[in-house]
Design a protein around this ligand. Structure first.
Ligand SMILES: [Zn+2]
Length: 406
């Protein structure tokens, strides 16, 4: 092997296990993977730093396809959940908490980022509240986190109208300003359930997306055939706007509530427009049937959604746990099903946010070493014995960000 002299290896990971079960080495040079495979480190000089992986599973890092870095209350004393019977009531409760909060978004969001890196997550799509009360302040805070924490994690932002678009007049202009200020995508929220005007909200958010040439990620909780109608509208608009492959719908509970005919029509429309569906494997509501959607050619991916915030006292940002939650909700038990769930928290969200995750020579040396003999075992055991590398630098070990990077 000639790379050893040409590329100056900086690190060797020896005796890891590939997803196929082979014993392999990984060689890092200049933040990238310089060699990968059985005996790949054989020609590397013995003075190059070497980590014995001891059979740990080498995988791509985790990607959280739906998080709310601005909402989390992590790092603050526990704030008891305020029960609320409707989304509208919850929106009001969250605003009350937000007005009284101590601890800026940079601090709370930064704590959450440090926590998820410990679990092996190196990229997120964060929705950020935009409304007429907070304006663009939340977005500015998350964009500053993107700057301050950019060497640790990739952050994509969605301008999210948590209080509705038409329901909170002035929000449409703020969403437009948010994209101009650096948000990556336009969000939406229950065009029927929140704004009571499907055409109106979709006109507004697709108009902004088309104007700026960006994609959309729309929260949709509206159920049954109403939600399915909205999904078909979103898919049709994605095609008409030339935004195929750039639109996602988060939650889409309705997909779990349809008869075969309505499900087939919705899935076909989503697949044709390449509208991706995000699920977090929610608790007491219906959820999109993951395998049926994938069989219809619909991209499905996972995110944490709410983590210790006004919407939920639960969540920790561990995407391996998220994969297991989805398995539980979808009754996935076979190895191949657990591997599907693993892809929902790695390659699937990566494709949605436009990040390459393939571990190959020349790719960035971003990877995890998991304490498991196979992908199925990793999902089943969810061990926090994880070693996390970004650009060939060890960021976390044993579920915690290393002190030097905090
Ligand atoms: Zn959300």
């Amino acid at each position: 092997m000639t790379f050893a002299t040409r590329l100056k290896p900086t690190l060797v990971i020896a005796d890891a296990r590939s997803e196929a079960g082979d014993v392999i080495d990984l060689v890092v040079s200049e933040s990238a993977i310089a060699a990968l495979g059985p005996n790949a480190a054989g020609a590397v000089a013995p003075d190059v730093p070497r980590l014995a992986a001891e059979g740990r599973l080498l995988t791509a890092p985790f990607v959280d396809g739906h998080i709310h870095l601005d909402k989390t209350l992590i790092g603050l004393p526990f704030i008891s959940h305020i029960p609320g019977p409707s989304i509208a009531k919850r929106i009001d409760a969250e605003k009350r908490i937000r007005r009284e909060l101590r601890g800026p978004i940079q601090q709370r969001g930064g704590k959450l980022i440090e926590q998820i890196i410990g679990y092996g997550t190196l990229a997120v799509r964060s929705h950020v509240d935009i409304d007429t009360e907070i304006g663009l302040k939340g977005l500015e805070a998350v964009l500053s986190l993107k700057e301050s924490h950019g060497r640790l994690v990739d952050i994509q932002t969605v301008a999210f109208p948590q209080s509705g678009v038409l329901r909170d007049p002035g929000t449409e202009d703020l969403l437009d300003a948010a994209i101009a200020a650096g948000a990556d995508l336009v969000g939406g929220l229950d065009p029927a359930g929140i704004d009571h005007d499907i055409e109106g909200q979709l006109d507004a958010i697709f108009g902004i997306a088309e104007k700026h040439g960006v994609g959309l990620d729309i929260h949709l909780h509206d159920g049954g055939t109403l939600g399915a109608f909205e999904l078909r509208q979103i898919a049709a608009r994605a095609v008409a706007a030339g935004l195929d492959g750039k639109v996602a719908v988060s939650h889409a509970f309705c997909l779990g509530e349809l008869d075969d005919r309505d499900f087939g029509a919705a899935a076909e429309a989503l697949a044709r427009a390449d509208v991706a569906i995000m699920t977090n494997g929610p608790g007491p509501v219906s959820m999109p049937p993951v395998k049926r959607l994938m069989a219809e050619g619909v991209r499905v991916f996972c995110g944490s959604d709410n983590i210790r915030d006004a919407w939920s006292p639960f969540g920790n940002g561990d995407m391996l746990e998220r994969a297991a939650i989805v398995c539980d909700r979808q009754n996935f038990r076979a190895d191949a099903e657990l591997a599907d769930a693993f892809r929902l928290v790695t390659t699937a969200p990566a494709s949605v946010i436009g990040r390459s995750q393939v571990l190959q020579v020349g790719a960035p040396a971003d990877f995890c070493l998991l304490h498991a003999g196979s992908i199925a075992e990793a999902v089943a055991s969810r061990s926090t014995d994880r070693i996390v590398f970004r650009g060939g630098v060890m960021l976390a070990n044993g579920g915690r960000l290393l002190g030097a990077h905090a």
